[in-house]
Ligand binder design. Structure first.
Ligand SMILES: [Zn+2]
Ligand SMILES: [Zn+2]
Length: 141
């Protein structure tokens, strides 16, 4: 089953509406290989469906986030990015071209100090590394 079909099934299984518009939004999410913004999804879907509204895109993205199949990321870049990639991973962000990449990280190495009792039940942790990608790195001669 493709990831598009899988997500559509999950929507239906939760009693949520699956319209052609929603399917197109899910398709666009799957087509992007890296962390699109809502605007990028909107622009992509509008190519095939000129009647698509912002509200439909935002509502669908919000529902997928509620279902825990989509992560909404605030990477400090001004806009929220959406991430379908599963599992724990950190993000590499290029300060030159803005490209965002997934990178595995050692989850055990990122721990809160036990000397500071906080009483929180932690549900999420965002690890972001910023720097320059190979294309943007100053050339060494
Ligand atoms: Zn770059
Ligand atoms: Zn990611």
């Amino acid at each position: 089953m493709s990831s598009v079909d899988r997500l559509c099934e999950q929507l239906k299984a939760q009693g949520r509406r699956l319209t052609p518009q929603r399917r197109a939004i899910i398709q666009a999410l799957c087509d992007y290989d890296s962390h699109p913004t809502a605007e990028q999804i909107f622009a992509r879907v509008r190519q095939d469906m000129p009647d698509m509204s912002h509200a439909t895109v935002y509502n669908t993205l919000r529902e997928l986030v509620e279902m825990n199949v989509l992560r909404e990321l605030d990477l400090g870049l001004g806009e929220r990015h959406y991430d379908l990639h599963e599992g724990d991973h950190a993000h590499l962000i290029c300060l030159g071209c803005g490209r965002i990449e997934d990178v595995p990280y050692d989850k055990e190495a990122v721990k809160l100090s036990s000397r500071h009792p906080h009483g929180f039940r932690i549900v999420d942790c965002n690890v972001i590394f910023r720097g320059y990608c190979p294309d943007c790195m100053p050339q060494e001669k």
